[in-house]
Design a protein around this ligand. Structure first.
Ligand code: FAD
Ligand code: NAG
Ligand code: NAG
Ligand code: NAG
Ligand code: NAG
Ligand code: NAG
Ligand code: NAG
Length: 643
């Protein structure tokens, strides 16, 4: 009897230990909450780093940098996940580097609209496409329909000349408190060598006269490149007669330096570019022992060697996991897609009305039906959907954002994950949101086919089409997708199964177009999906075909494959921080083991400790139990028989 009770005590102890162990894992959400907070600022690091000459703008410094300043600002509004923005980033960096000498008059900056914290700014400035470059002059004040002037080009030379035009067109009285602002008033017939020096600081030893043909900005640019040379002031000559008076002409000697004595030195630069003009003048000044202001030398190179693109060991684990399971679909990615849609893409639109409003309502209705989130997330989307349905004229992004925040607060916690897994890139700026958005729409087409709630074969494709057109912040993607949708006759898809296959084929077309593109993650090359190694039976014929176009697909097998990988039972829960928010699945236990991989060392050590403790307790329990039992009852098998 005593031994039995002892056994019960030991069992109780083990249960207690398990309880403690559970409490320990329940402590993980603290870390999760911190990750959630950190995410919008930390993970979306943007396309520019401190090493670049692009000034990084956020909602925290936007007003103080742009509003009522004594200099102009060029702002690039971009989305980290937009392929076109990624391709443009190196060009913009080069522009910023080249125009660094202009900095006291015009600052080259960028703001990442994919970062949630910047929603307010991007919404207020009514950015319609990404990337968008806007010029805002000194003293700029936003107002109704006044959000700066758009630059209509992405060519570096044209950016430079458009910027120069904007700067030169500023009202001189608005720029008087910027001592660097050049004098853009053209030299006239009434000017003389001595009148040009009137009112100038004695440091100005020379006036550089630059002949500027009609529609050119060569003189304006030259003036901006020479801001930091106190010895010279650049002045613009437009008129041929005036040019002649100052010993320059419109054919060869388009440039002259006038000194305080009235002597003119003409130059014939090799090229008619501001680069060549300013080099010519700088060389002359250097030869005469003048120097630029020291600030320029300081700002020229403040290189910090820290590499921002590097990831920790935890990230490498994720990439390895994804490589091991090539065609897994991950819960984490589905959630990240929904999070970004709700937190960033929709709130970023200032006024959601007309076709866009309808698209939002459709998207939310479909998401509500085929929602991969847990019970709290189901509630959230359902409530959000019925909130948006009430509006039939328009809703503002801000209203949406506020309601979302209210509902998330009410139903929190919503998301079981804070990171990409299957859509994690090998480097900061690869993959991510656009990958997860594809994943979410594939998922929904498959759920729709396995579900009887709607008989409309087009419901998911229509929701997707509307979403991509109205909200997807990758503007060129949206344009491509619309063109492809009408070419591939999206509105004639006859069944839910065909909808799954339509999206699969459309996605493969995009993969093919982007194969080898600079936005392709070398660790995740764009191949036709599924690969032969994932699904041999999806291919008909021999493996010798090299061109993507030649692949003869077995569509039934592809459909089976997609139904399989998007089956909710098989969605991988690897890397989730709060799996308990989801419905239990048969896979749960297996996945739990994998989750242990991404726990921090502390979590692991805690687990090991508890495990060790457990074993010790069991040994003690067994000893007490078996030893005493042995003394009292000489027959061991009695004991066994009782248990
Ligand atoms: C609607 C849309 C249009 C886009 N258009 C452009 C564009 O015009 N230009 C541009 O630069 N970028 C475009 N993108 C982004 C681009 O397609 C990729 O999302 C991005 O380059 C990231 O690629 P990825 O390697 O992460 O894989 P993705 O292509 O994003 O794939 C996501 C996941 O789906 C799986 N998958 C791949 N192919 C298929 C398939 N055929 N069927 C089912 N599953 C598949 C993959 O295993 C992967 O894990 C678009 C994105 C979307 C959502
Ligand atoms: C920035 O200025 C705008 C008005 O121009 C204002 O609505 C907004 O609240 C300001 N933002 C911050 C962070 O001060
Ligand atoms: C420049 O600004 C001043 C004061 O703001 C104004 O009086 C003047 O008309 C402006 N000039 C031009 C050409 O716009
Ligand atoms: C001078 O610059 C300040 C900001 O530095 C600005 O507030 C002010 O309006 C400017 N003055 C004029 C006349 O533009
Ligand atoms: C612009 O104004 C600020 C404050 O008014 C001043 O500190 C700064 O030097 C000015 N910049 C230039 C280039 O004049
Ligand atoms: C030159 O000066 C005269 C008289 O002062 C004036 O009438 C004329 O408009 C001026 N010309 C230019 C181009 O400014
Ligand atoms: C300058 O631009 C205007 C308007 O774009 C155009 O009409 C004119 O012909 C151009 N002049 C020259 C010399 O190119």
């Amino acid at each position: 009897m005593i031994t039995q009770r002892r056994a019960q005590v030991a069992l109780l102890k083990v249960q207690l230990i398990l309880l403690i162990a559970n409490l320990a894992t329940a402590a993980v959400p603290g870390r999760y909450e911190a990750l959630m907070k950190q995410q919008s600022t930390d993970e979306d690091m943007g396309l520019y780093s401190v090493e670049d000459k692009v000034f990084i703008m956020t909602s925290a410094n936007f007003n103080e940098t742009v509003l009522e300043q004594n200099r102009s600002v060029l702002v690039e509004f971009y989305n980290t996940y937009c392929g076109h923005c990624r391709r443009f980033a190196p060009i913009y960096k080069a522009v910023a580097e080249q125009l660094l000498p202009w900095r006291d008059v015009v600052l080259i900056s960028a703001i990442d609209c994919a970062a949630e914290e910047n929603n307010g700014v991007c919404r207020m400035y009514e950015v319609m496409g990404y990337p968008t470059m806007r010029y805002m002059g000194p003293g700029f004040q936003p107002g109704v329909k006044q959000y700066g002037q758009n630059l209509q080009t992405q060519n570096p030379d044209e950016i430079r000349s458009q910027l120069a035009k904007f700067v030169a067109a500023e009202n001189q009285t608005a720029t008087t408190n910027n001592s660097f602002w050049p004098n853009f008033q053209q030299v006239t017939d009434n000017d003389s060598a001595s009148s040009l020096f009137e009112g100038l600081s004695s440091q100005r030893e020379y006036i550089a006269l630059v002949y500027e043909p009609e529609n050119s900005t060569v003189a304006i640019e030259t003036a901006l490149f020479l801001l930091h040379w106190p010895a010279v002031q650049v002045r613009i000559v437009h008129d041929a007669a005036t040019a002649e008076k100052f010993k320059i002409d419109t054919i060869q000697n388009k440039l002259a330096l006038i000194d305080r004595k009235g002597n003119a030195t003409p130059f014939a630069p090799s090229e008619e570019t501001s680069d060549s003009y300013s080099k010519t003048i700088e060389d002359f000044l250097r030869a005469h022992h003048f120097t630029p202001r020291p600030e320029l030398i300081e700002t020229a190179h403040s290189t910090s060697s820290e590499k921002l693109n590097e990831f920790g060991a935890e990230h490498k684990k994720i990439i390895d996991e994804v490589h091991r399971n090539k065609h897994f679909v991950y819960q984490a990615d589905l959630e990240q897609a929904i999070r970004t849609v709700l937190h960033n893409e929709v709130p970023k639109i200032n006024e959601i009305s007309g076709e866009r409003l309808l698209a939002l309502q459709r998207f939310l209705a479909v998401l509500q039906r085929y929602n991969p989130l847990g019970a709290n997330g189901q509630e959230l989307v359902a409530k959000l959907s019925s909130f948006v349905v009430q509006f039939n004229q328009q809703i503002t992004g801000k209203q949406f954002e506020q309601e979302l925040q209210r509902l998330e607060h009410q139903y929190s916690p919503i998301y079981s994950s804070t990171q990409f897994i299957g859509c994690a890139g090998s480097q900061q700026h690869y993959r991510g949101f656009s990958c997860s958005l594809w994943t979410l729409f594939h998922y929904m087409t498959v759920q729709a086919a396995q579900n009887d709630q709607s008989q409309d074969p087009l419901e998911v494709l229509q929701a997707m089409h509307g979403y991509i057109k109205g909200f997807f912040g990758c503007t060129d993607c949206a344009e491509h997708f619309q063109a492809m949708a009408s070419r591939r006759k999206i509105w004639s898809v006859p069944s839910k199964e065909e909808a799954i296959l339509w999206l699969w084929q459309a996605h493969n077309e995009v993969n093919q177009r982007l194969a080898g593109d600079s936005t392709e993650d070398p660790e995740f090359p764009k191949t036709q999906f599924p690969t032969r190694s994932s699904c041999a039976q999806c291919y008909r014929g021999p493996s010798s075909t090299t061109s993507h176009l030649d692949i003869s697909w077995n569509k039934d097998a592809v459909l089976g494959f997609l139904n399989n990988i998007y089956n909710p039972e098989f969605i991988s829960r690897y890397g989730l921080q709060r799996e308990e928010l989801l419905h239990a699945t048969a896979e749960k236990l297996r996945q739990k083991r994998q989750i242990a991989n991404v726990f921090s060392d502390i979590d692991m050590r805690m687990g090991m400790l508890l495990y060790g403790f457990c074993i010790v307790m069991m040994v003690i329990a067994f000893k007490l139990f078996a030893f005493k039992g042995y003394r009292k009852k000489p027959y061991g098998h009695d004991l066994l028989g009782k248990v």
